[in-house]
Design a protein around this ligand. Structure first.
Ligand code: HEM
Length: 591
């Protein structure tokens, strides 16, 4: 499923002009300037984006531990960590479970999502030019699907699955790389580290994907351009052609007689375990039982796997056939390089790991009866035997928060032990979600919290403090579901907020509204952000807050009520300090 993926980012900002964004940066292929020197101030500047450049996203790097919140990182980390059940906001693993699953929930016989994603990632990367540093895994494939080198529906199907997982902050190419990593792991393949930070192209790149009818010399030259030597070429082709197969409907020059009623696209798999990421592509090649139509096909002119695999006297294939572990290890390394082949000006973040304790969909708002409510979930993830054995009904999980005056609440438990947990799974370990539904005294407010938790009632509580400073929450500018609604194309949308009135004058308040729209020449979306002023409209449920409302029309492209592709960032300058509430929940309420 594609659902509401946003976690809440509630951040206090300074208004120091020295941290102002260097220059407007639009999301173009050229827009790859290195902004990392500026990035640490992401949450402490105001900037006037009409379209965001994804280079502006702050990716945790080794020197800077992850600090919640980080909207782009949080969304990808959700996709990465939660594989099914509650909080499975990406639905990626479901789409490749079992590994043989075909598109449209298994209703397209002979096709295989996992194989199509891997092939798509390779074709996206394959136009990389290592001499210029241009191209690589940058989503340009979404502009290139009508090329002869990109035959078949796999690319469109893949793009249509991943495009809705991208956001104004998360690139299509990051979701594709992440999807390939999860798919390969789920098909019994190697663990491939995921590093976020890819930036999407806004136009097609040059052609250059290898094709079966080309000569060995051409293939060697193409892989060299991509940054892989002749031996690595042999290995990488085997690492790709262990999943899936070739379809007669798309490659009749290589496959004959395979189309039947049960096999309408005429797939012939590359090996006998097309749905297991293993070394059978090598063992079958060497023991002459291969059915790979690029090895034993009737048309010797397109038997490219045969030419490639034999090009080092079968040495690489022998190594693969001798040891599945060696195959997995080598493929893990090569596929990691393939997925991390990005334009030279793109700098990827550090390897992502599931976060042990993480807030999910946390929001602070005035409810229908006027109470200031903190609502959402705390996610606990672990890889230990203790984590696997834990019964969430017996796990104490408590929030202890600090109010706006620095006073700590006395061991205030907000998660209901024994009832308020939600089932979820992860292919990396064990994961549980616990509901938060707490009331905050508006006059005391809230500035941060820590989570005290344990795997059972008997154990001492562990404190998760988000790198030392606690999980920050600002209570100054708050999104209000009540009174907010989502307009259709050319109709008004309304965003309702409350802003504290005891902290000085509100000199500026606005909403940045991001939505997806068609992108000329591509089957993926682009994101547009428009800004609307938040206007003071009166009192709120609390004497400490006033209501501010923005009403606007978004008429560029298509708007949709699909919750996954719009988001709202709120900004208010109050008493000279800038406060933001980022990535607010998408609105299901139509106007
Ligand atoms: C000289 C290099 C290569 C050539 C000529 C080549 C050619 C092909 C062809 C003709 C197909 C059949 C597509 C279809 O019928 O749907 C195919 C499938 C596939 N290729 Fe390659 N390929 C090459 C390298 C690679 C590499 C390096 C990878 C990934 C690392 C890869 C991954 C795949 C996968 C996973 C499939 C199966 C797709 C499916 O079942 O839908 N290929 N390849």
């Amino acid at each position: 499923m594609v659902g509401n993926t946003s976690s809440f980012a509630l951040s206090e900002l300074s208004s120091d002009p020295s941290t102002a964004r260097p220059r407007q940066c639009y999301k173009t292929r050229q827009c790859t300037e290195n902004l990392r020197h500026w990035l640490p101030s992401f949450f402490s500047v105001m900037w006037p984006p009409k379209a965001f450049c994804l280079a502006s996203v702050l990716w945790p790097a080794a020197a800077q531990a992850y600090i919640w919140p980080n909207p782009a990182y949080d969304t990808l980390e959700d996709y990465y960590t939660v594989s099914s059940g509650f909080g499975d906001s990406g639905g990626i693993v479901d789409e490749v479970t079992p590994c043989s699953l075909s598109p449209a929930s298994g209703s397209t016989p002979g096709r295989q999502n996992a194989a199509e994603w891997l092939r798509t990632a390779y074709h996206d990367m394959a136009t990389y030019d290592s001499t210029t540093g241009l191209g690589g895994l940058d989503g340009s494939i979404t502009f290139e699907t009508d090329r002869p080198e990109n035959i078949g529906t796999a690319f469109n199907t893949t793009a249509l699955f991943f495009a809705p997982l991208s956001t104004n902050r998360v690139s299509f190419s990051d979701t594709l790389a992440l999807g390939v990593i999860l798919a390969i792991k789920n098909c019994a393949g190697p663990n491939i580290p995921f590093r976020p930070g890819r930036i999407d192209a806004t136009e097609a790149g040059p052609p250059g994907v290898p094709q079966p009818q080309e000569s060995l010399e051409t293939h060697i030259a193409e892989f060299a351009r991509q940054g892989f030597n002749a031996t690595e070429m042999i290995a990488l082709v085997a690492c790709g052609h262990t999943l899936g197969g070739i379809h007669q409907i798309d490659f009749p020059q290589s496959v004959q007689g395979a189309i039947t009623n049960d096999n309408p696209e005429g797939v012939v798999h590359f090996d006998d375990t097309f749905d297991v990421y293993d070394n059978h592509i090598a063992t079958q090649y060497l023991n002459n039982s291969s059915v790979d139509q690029l090895i034993v096909g009737f048309n010797s002119a397109t038997n490219s796997d045969a030419a490639i695999f034999a090009s080092d006297g079968n040495q690489t294939m022998r190594e693969f056939a001798e040891s599945n572990d060696a195959f997995l290890s080598r493929c893990g390394d090569l596929l990691e390089r393939m997925l991390n082949t990005v334009p030279s000006s793109v700098q990827l973040g550090d390897v992502m790991e599931p976060l042990p304790v993480k807030p999910y969909q946390l929001s602070l708002f005035f409810n229908a009866t006027g109470g200031l409510e903190l609502s959402g979930y705390i996610r606990i993830f672990g890889t230990s035997a203790e984590a696997a054995a834990a019964n969430p009904a017996n796990m104490p999980v408590q929030l202890v928060w600090t109010d706006r005056h620095g006073t700590t609440s006395p061991g205030y438990s907000t998660t209901g032990v024994g009832s308020d947990f939600l089932e979820a799974t992860s292919i990396f370990g064990s994961v549980q979600f616990f509901s938060v539904d707490a009331f905050i005294d508006p006059s005391a407010g809230i500035s941060s919290f820590v989570v005290d938790w344990a795997y059972d009632m008997q154990s001492a509580l562990t404190t998760a403090d988000n790198g030392g400073g606690g999980f920050p929450l600002q209570d100054v500018v708050l999104f209000q579901h009540a009174g907010s609604c989502h307009g259709a194309v050319n109709q008004n949308s309304t965003i309702n907020t409350v802003i504290r009135n005891d902290m000085g004058a509100v000199s500026s308040a606005y909403v940045d509204y991001s939505y997806s729209t068609n992108q000329e020449g591509s089957i993926a979306f682009k994101y547009v952000t428009i800004r609307a002023e938040l206007v003071h409209t009166g009192n709120s449920p609390s004497p400490l807050y006033d209501t501010y409302t923005a009403t606007f029309v978004a008429n560029d492209g298509f708007l949709t009520l699909d919750a996954s592709i719009v988001s709202y960032d709120l900004t208010a300058v109050v008493g000279g300090t800038t406060y933001q509430s980022l990535d607010n929940p998408q609105l299901f309420t139509p106007c």
